[in-house]
Design a protein around this ligand. Structure first.
Ligand code: ATR
Length: 291
């Protein structure tokens, strides 16, 4: 039963009804026996500021922010982490009632990094990452990976967008990243340690599409997809056939959730908890597919 001591969390987005965050976080609270609850709130743009300040007034413990508010929410926040500033998007908010501050973080990139590192069994320093995409998800992974001293190559349908990120990285971090074009795609893929699809290609209902053709995926790499519906995308099916180690979109989703929980509660989710959160998400995804 909730009472005045129950820690209240939530996610703000629009649309939000299909959010997997409530089941994922509630599974964590249940396992850790934390008196907390987590709700999904459908908030439109004109009410975003009111929603943030309302949550502050109601002493919410923390919030996640999702599409389409990750950028616009920044204007309602007092302090923004280095990573969120670089990515230029916030997906996690902590309310500090002692200092009277609303603090914004971005756990999307670090969630992806954590998922990769667990498969690598080492840090990302010096690892070559090939990323398809130049949208919000790609940006988060690119900047977090650069902060972890990885080397980046971007491949995007609209190459101008990849160029803009390259320029921004040079300006903000004084680092170089490579842009891959069709003519050097195979070469760059071969030269990478980790290959990531950070586009929406392959997402339901377009499940027969893959960001990269099977023949172009080199053998024995680490391959990750940000798409989690379906859990095993065409791209990951191809990667498995090429004997690659695969990381699915649910892994990344759970890791970014675990990073948010660390920020809010200062509790590190061990592998058992990560597994519990993952199973809660998968169960919800499967029920969704049935309906
Ligand atoms: P998100 O925030 O989820 O990253 P986004 O900012 O809209 O979403 O970015 C979507 C990414 O998927 C972009 O890199 C987009 O490529 P463009 O920059 O060329 O638009 C990529 N994408 C989406 N649909 C695609 C398709 N059918 N083929 C190739 N790339 C696609």
């Amino acid at each position: 039963m909730n009472n005045s001591k129950t820690k209240i969390f939530g996610v703000l987005g629009h649309p939000i009804e299909h959010s997997l965050s409530p089941v994922m976080h509630k599974a964590f609270f249940k396992e850790k026996k934390i008196d907390a609850d987590y709700f999904a709130f459908d908030v439109d743009d004109k009410n975003l500021g009111n929603a943030i300040h309302g949550a502050d007034a109601l002493k919410f413990f923390g919030l996640n922010v999702t599409i389409p508010h990750k950028i616009s929410v920044m204007k309602y926040i007092n302090e923004i982490s280095e990573e969120a500033n670089l990515i230029n998007a916030v997906n996690t908010i902590k309310f500090d009632y002692i200092k009277n501050l609303i603090i914004g973080y971005n756990t999307d990139g670090i969630g992806a990094i954590k998922a990769i590192e667990k498969n690598l069994n080492e840090g990302l320093k010096g690892k070559k990452i090939f990323i398809c995409g130049a949208g919000g998800a790609a940006r988060a992974i690119i900047f977090s990976a650069l902060l972890n001293n990885a080397e980046i190559s971007i491949y995007n349908r609209t190459s101008e967008k990849a160029d803009l990120i390259r320029k921004e990285v040079k300006e903000k971090l004084n680092k170089q990243i490579k842009i891959t074009k069709n003519f050097d795609l195979k070469e760059r893929l071969k030269d990478s340690d980790i290959i990531i699809n950070a586009t929406s290609v392959g997402m339901f209902p377009n499940v027969d599409k893959s960001a990269i053709n099977e023949d172009d995926i080199p053998k024995g790499k680490i391959v990750m997809d940000i798409v989690y519906n379906p859990i095993e995308t065409k791209f990951l099916k191809f990667a498995k056939k090429r004997n690659c180690k695969v990381i699915d979109g649910v892994d990344m989703l759970v890791e970014q959730g675990a990073e948010a929980l660390k920020i809010w509660l200062d509790i590190e989710a061990d592998e058992n908890l990560i597994g519990i959160m993952r199973r809660a998400v998968i169960e919800k995804l499967k029920n969704k597919l049935k309906n």
